[in-house]
Design a protein around this ligand. Structure first.
Ligand SMILES: [Zn+2]
Length: 409
């Protein structure tokens, strides 16, 4: 089968894709900006509409958060866009992306700048509004091909990836369970390098309560929550490296007030990353133990919130097979694509955890994501769209076999 005419059509759409990217990047869709997320969801629904299939907007599951006052509160993330085409086909490809960014509505970084050297700077241009356009352009080319009806596909675009996908993880798992190949559109490195294995991650919050008292008149009646939290901080920090590659980042501390008051509240927030699924149990057991010990102190009460949300993504035979296919397609396009492991995680972790072979860095080439220096390389938009289109075409035409699903981790 001659793929060239389909791929040329992607090249011809370069200007319109780039202008749509600028338009999307200027819609603020920070993970907590409900209105902006709703606008993005409408834009995406419209853009993907010509591809056909059944589109629906699904409410995210409510998430329990701990406020800086130590109270628990429910928060709801933005809606999730799901589009299914040919769900009855024997072979299914799942394409996952996110419409949220790390930039809140009041962030200073809200517009795009053409840097004049082939790079476009802007909020979310790489992570991952550029990736969403890669996904769209690839599917549009694929749907125009004579082999399109041989496979079904499902698009899932959430609005809470940057905050851990707590409200959408159940939908990702549901879709990943019925798919045979998983494609994610996180940015690749500037030179096109893909990510293979990824560490897993969990976020935890410890609410430490003591007893307040006047620091001058009756300090002996107080029980200092900050001091207790500080001890816990050092104990948790000491777990770094307790397993190969395991890291604990004490990320945020809150608490205290007037300096003449013994503080009765401190809140610790931490992120832990690990290489092996078994490391989760290792860490959880130690965390529970430290909390139990802290609770033995007179007048101190510690409550633990949070959990592991992204299981480690291992290099498996199925993932290797899929990466080989992607690299093969890259060679056809004149691209040499290597892969490497990372400590970062994304929805690809959750897709892979169901046993779905998943390559999750098919988005644009770019760098400095999560900062006001974020940029994407303009040439990579059509380059990566052709790459994903070719993957779909080879799978659908039978030129490349589908990798085997793995056992869920
Ligand atoms: Zn991302």
């Amino acid at each position: 089968m001659d793929y060239q005419p389909l791929l040329s059509r992607i090249d011809q759409s370069r200007a319109s894709l780039l202008s749509l990217l600028e338009e999307w990047a200027m819609i603020n869709s920070g993970s907590t900006h409900r209105e902006g997320l709703a606008t993005m969801a409408r834009q995406l629904t419209q853009t993907f509409h010509p591809l056909g299939g059944t589109a629906e907007l699904i409410e995210a599951a409510p998430l329990q958060i701990v406020t800086s006052g130590g109270a628990t509160q429910h928060q709801t993330a933005g809606q999730i866009l799901r589009i299914r085409k040919r769900p009855a086909a024997d072979r299914q490809v799942l394409l996952v992306g996110h419409m949220d960014t790390v930039f809140p509505a009041d962030d200073l970084f809200q517009t795009c700048t053409d840097l004049g050297d082939g790079r476009l700077q802007g909020p979310g241009v790489a992570d991952m509004k550029g990736g969403l356009l890669v996904m769209f352009a690839a599917l549009r080319a694929f749907e125009a091909s004579p082999v399109a009806d041989r496979i079904g596909w499902e698009v899932l675009i959430n609005g809470d990836e940057e905050t851990g996908s707590f409200g959408s993880a159940h939908l990702i798992a549901e879709s990943a369970t019925r798919a045979h190949v998983g494609l994610g559109f996180e940015p690749s490195l500037p030179d096109g390098t893909l990510v293979g294995a990824r560490k897993g991650s969990g976020n935890f919050t410890l609410v430490v309560r003591g007893r307040s008292a006047h620091a001058g008149r009756e300090p002996h009646l107080g029980r200092n929550a900050i001091t207790a939290a500080a001890r816990l901080t050092l104990e948790l920090d000491a777990l770094n490296g307790g397993r190969p590659g395991l890291t604990v980042n004490m990320g945020k501390v809150e608490g205290g007030g007037a300096l003449n008051v013994v503080p009765d509240l401190a809140i610790l927030r931490l992120n832990v990353r690990m290489q092996e699924p078994a490391d989760q149990n290792w860490f959880q057991a130690r965390l529970d133990h430290l909390v139990t010990n802290a609770n033995r102190q007179d007048g101190i009460q510690v409550t633990l919130h949070g959990r592991f949300s992204r299981p480690p993504k291992a290099m498996t035979p199925g993932l290797r097979q899929l990466l080989d296919l992607v690299q093969d397609c890259g060679r056809d396009l004149g691209l040499s694509l290597s892969d490497q492991p990372t400590g970062g995680c994304c929805d690809g972790n959750n897709m892979a955890a169901t046993g779905l072979p998943t390559v999750d860095t098919l988005g644009v080439r770019g760098a400095h994501i999560h900062s006001a220096e974020e940029y994407m390389i303009k040439d990579s938009l059509t380059e990566r769209a052709k790459l994903t289109a070719l993957i779909l075409l080879k799978l659908a035409s039978g030129a490349s076999p589908f990798p085997e699903r793995e056992r869920p981790s």
